[in-house]
Write a protein that binds this ligand. Structure first.
Ligand SMILES: *Cc1c(COP(=O)(O)O)cnc(C)c1O
Length: 356
């Protein structure tokens, strides 16, 4: 089989060595002769996995000692509900920025808990830019989505906030340097930049919890998970183990600084070609372009069949755009090698040479 260049938006590419090690562990874990997925999560062997995964997150993000790291289930989608349930006081309000489908899903679910003020909104231009925001001081927290996976926009600097800052980082966590201690709570589904679907990472300052006066069912209560070291109930063992392998890979490849260097080179290679090539235009305004998801379309849609045939022949997979934007989306997560971006750039070049 010739090489496949995996630009899938999510679930998405993981390092080859991670896939190999995860496959080995499914057959026999830690030389036990038993599969990772058929042993007790309370075994010493698995407890060590959970502990290492949580510690790697702390180390890679250089978290202050009081911060907690949890691997839960339900995806970012359940976090849309858990965040207001844990942080929004009875009679209080929260501020949100609406920068696309995921942000508006978070807003919609938060409104089931309490008052939500949308203080920034980019829906007037199909979320092709990041709106300016001034965070008020009289809300319980401010929530935003750091990278808008569908539209290909990304905050290049984070909003300053007088209140706890909460962020959905599902599609750009661990992709470049940032100061995690500026955030009170970060959540991210594993399946874009960290592992398989099934685990949701929570990073939080526990000081923000316990202020709502609300009684929560155990699973929704972040304090229940903290008290049990992220083992309140059976964790998604395969997703946690594979995420741990990816976290080791991130650490061994220079941590956030290393990822930033890799990802900067890839996004520059791609966007330089997009700007140079007369056949394409981008969706996002240049200032807010995502390093992770590049959205672009043909100037002449009638040539789609020709372009599609070229990239398919080159072994490219997963660049069809999301239906709410159309065109193409090249997702360039941490594990995507720059060689794959070069193949896409060569195809775009060839397309212009033959059809331009
Ligand atoms: C994919 C994605 C989600 C949805 O995540 P699930 O894990 O499927 O619930 C939410 N937010 C962002 C930014 C995403 O990219």
């Amino acid at each position: 089989m010739s090489k496949i260049h995996n630009f899938s938006a999510g679930p998405s590419i993981l390092p080859k060595e991670v896939i190999d090690a995860a496959a080995d562990a499914v057959r026999s874990f830690d030389g036990m002769g038993l599969s990772l997925i058929e042993i007790s999560h309370r075994s010493k062997n698995f407890e060590a996995v959970m502990e290492e995964a949580r510690q790697l997150v702390k180390d890679i993000l250089r978290l202050p000692a009081r911060y907690e790291v949890l691997f839960l289930q339900g995806g970012a989608t359940l976090a849309f509900h858990m965040v207001p349930q844990n942080l929004l006081r009875d009679g209080g309000k929260a501020a949100y920025a609406n920068t696309g489908v995921w942000a508006s899903g978070a807003i919609k679910d938060a409104r089931l808990t309490g008052q939500v003020d949308v203080i920034a909104d980019s829906s007037d231009k199909n979320h092709s830019y990041i709106p300016d925001v001034e965070v008020p001081a009289d809300v319980d927290y401010f929530h935003f989505t750091s990278n808008n996976t569908i539209y290909g926009t990304q905050y290049q600097t984070f909003p300053k906030s007088p209140v706890p800052l909460v962020c959905d980082m599902s599609s750009d966590i661990f992709s470049k340097e940032f100061n995690a201690a500026d955030f009170s709570l970060i959540y991210a589904g594993a399946q874009k930049n960290m592992g398989p679907a099934g685990a949701t990472l929570f990073i939080l300052d526990p000081e923000v919890l316990g202020k709502t006066g609300r009684k929560l069912p155990a699973y929704l209560d972040l304090r229940a998970h903290i008290d049990k070291d992220s083992m309140y109930n059976t964790p998604p063992v395969f997703a946690v183990y594979t995420s741990m392998l990816t976290l080791r890979w991130i650490r061994d490849n220079g941590g956030l600084a290393g990822m930033e260097t890799r990802n900067r080179a890839k996004k520059e290679l791609f966007y330089n070609e997009l700007d140079r090539n007369s056949m394409f235009k981008g969706h996002s305004v240049p200032r807010d372009r995502s390093w992770m998801n590049a959205t672009f379309m043909l100037n002449n849609e009638t040539l789609a069949g020709d372009f599609d045939a070229l990239w398919k022949a080159a072994g490219i997979s997963g660049i069809k755009g999301h239906r709410s934007v159309g065109g193409y989306r090249a997702s360039m997560y941490n594990a995507l090698p720059i060689e794959s971006v070069q193949v896409l750039v060569d195809v775009m070049n060839e397309f212009e040479r033959t059809k331009g």
